[in-house]
Design a protein around this ligand. Structure first.
Ligand code: 5GP
Ligand code: MN
Length: 352
C-alpha cells in the first residue's frame, strides 16, 4: 500500500520551518547511512530554502565508512553528544523545532533521550520503523511500508511548495544524501524495495545524482581486515542450527586481533541468509557490558520477534537489533552461546 502524505501536515511543516530561527535535527545512536543521509538531506534543504540556523545533533560520532555523505562545508554543522555534550545541550535548549529522523522512540538516542524528553519545542517525526511512539511528536510521518527514512523524507520534501513534485528542484547535496540513505538501507536494492523506491531512484538519477559514486563509496572502500575477518567468521565461527537459524558470536579478543573498527562488519549479518536452509541470522558482537545483537530474517520469518522477545530490541520485521547484557541476561560473555541455544529452543520448540 502506498503511503499518503497528508497535505495539511505539509502546510503545518512549512509553517513551522518558516517560523523557526533554530532547528535541531536528530537521529538514532550509532548513525548508519540512512540516519546520516536523511539528517543531512533535511539540513541542506532547510539551509537552502528557509532563513533558519540548523544543525544535525548526533548521539555519537559519525563513522568513517559513511562520511562520504557529508556535504561540503560540513564543519560546525554536526554536533556529537559524546564529544561535546554542552554544545548539544545548548543547541537543543535553544531550538524552536526538533526534527527526528530514522527512529521510533527517544530511547533509541542514548544521551539525547533526556534532552528530547525535556525539550518544549514542537517535534516532527519522519521514520519507517515499527511501533512509533506517536504521542511524543506533534507531526508524524511514519510507515513501515517504505525502504528508508531517506525515502520517506524524499516524499515529504517533494510535497513541499519549493519543490512541488520536481526532483530537479532539490539541492544537489540533498538529493545525493537521500539517494545514499536509501541505497544503504536497502543494501543496494536487495531489501525493502517498493515501486516508490524505484521511482525515487529513477527521479534522482534523472536529476543528476551520481549513483556510481555512492555505490563505490559504500561497497568498494572497506579496509582489508573486513574481508579477512569475514573469511575467519564464516569458516570458524558461524554456527547453523536445525531450526534454520545461523548465528555468529564475535568476542572482544577477536575484535582486537583483527583491529575491528566501527562499520567494518556492516552487512555481515546478511551473509548467512544466502544459505537455502537458513531463515534467520543472528550476529552478536561483544561490547563493554553487553553484546550488540543484529537479527535478520527471510520474508515470512520475524527478525523483529526474536529481537524484541530475547534482546530488548526491535526495528523492522526482517531487520532488527538489540542487546544482550551481562551480568543481567547472562552471567558472563562466555555464556552467550548457551543463551542463544536456549532461546532457540524456547522460540521454536516450546511455543509453536
Ligand atoms: P543493525 O542490526 O543494523 O544494527 O540494526 C537493524 C535494525 O534494528 C535497525 O533498523 C535498528 O533501528 C534496529 N535496532 C538496532 N539495535 C536496536 C536496539 O538496541 N533497539 C531497538 N529497538 N532497535 C534496534
Ligand atoms: Mn533506516
Amino acid at each position: 500500500m502506498m503511503f499518503h502524505i497528508i497535505e495539511n501536515d505539509i502546510a503545518r511543516l512549512d509553517a513551522l520551518f518558516a517560523s523557526s530561527k533554530r532547528i535541531a535535527i536528530t537521529t538514532h545512536t550509532r548513525p548508519d547511512g540512512d540516519a546520516l543521509g536523511s539528517t543531512t538531506a533535511l539540513m541542506v534543504f532547510l539551509r537552502s530554502f528557509y532563513n533558519v540556523d540548523t544543525k544535525v545533533v548526533m548521539p555519537n560520532a559519525i563513522s568513517q565508512n559513511i562520511a562520504f555523505i557529508l556535504p561540503s562545508n560540513a564543519d560546525n554543522l554536526y554536533l556529537d553528544f559524546t564529544n561535546d555534550p554542552d554544545e548539544v545541550k545548548d543547541w537543543m535548549n535553544s531550538s524552536d523545532l526538533v526534527v527526528c529522523l530514522d527512529f521510533n522512540s527517544f530511547s533509541r538516542t542514548d544521551g539525547l533521550q533526556p534532552l528530547l524528553e525535556a525539550s518544549k519545542a514542537p517535534k516532527v517525526l519522519v521514520d519507517h520503523h515499527l511501533n512509533p511512539d506517536e504521542e511524543a511528536f506533534d507531526i508524524v510521518f511514519s510507515t513501515p511500508d517504505i525502504s528508508s527514512a531517506s525515502e520517506l523524507l524524499y516524499e515529504v520534501l517533494m510535497a513541499m511548495p519549493q519543490v512541488n513534485g520536481d526532483a530537479t528542484k532539490l539541492p544537489k547535496e540533498c538529493s545525493y544524501a537521500l539517494m545514499s540513505g536509501m541505497t544503504t538501507d536497502t543494501n543496494n536494492f536487495a531489501n525493502s524495495v517498493y515501486p516508490s523506491t524505484l521511482k525515487m531512484a529513477s527521479d534522482l538519477l534523472a536529476a543528476g545524482v551520481d549513483r556510481n559514486d555512492i555505490v563505490s563509496h559504500v561497497y568498494n572502500e572497506y579496509r582489508e581486515n573486513r574481508i579477512r575477518l569475514i573469511g575467519y567468521l564464516l569458516d570458524r565461527k558461524l554456527v547453523t542450527t536445525s531450526y534454520g537459524v545461523a548465528y555468529t558470536i564475535l568476542r572482544r579478543e577477536e575484535q582486537e586481533r583483527f583491529d575491528l573498527q566501527e562499520g567494518d562488519l556492516e552487512g555481515f549479518v546478511n551473509i548467512p541468509l544466502q544459505v537455502a536452509d537458513v531463515k534467520y541470522s543472528l550476529y552478536l558482537r561483544e561490547d563493554n557490558d553487553f553484546f550488540r545483537v543484529s537479527v535478520r530474517s527471510k520474508a515470512g520469518y520475524s527478525a523483529n520477534a526474536l529481537a524484541s522477545r530475547y534482546f530488548h530490541g526491535g526495528g523492522h520485521e526482517q531487520a532488527s537489533g538489540g542487546r544482550l547484557f551481562f551480568p543481567q541476561d547472562i552471567s558472563s560473555p562466555s555464556e552467550a552461546e548457551t543463551y542463544v541455544e536456549n532461546i532457540l529452543k524456547d522460540y521454536f520448540d516450546e511455543d509453536r
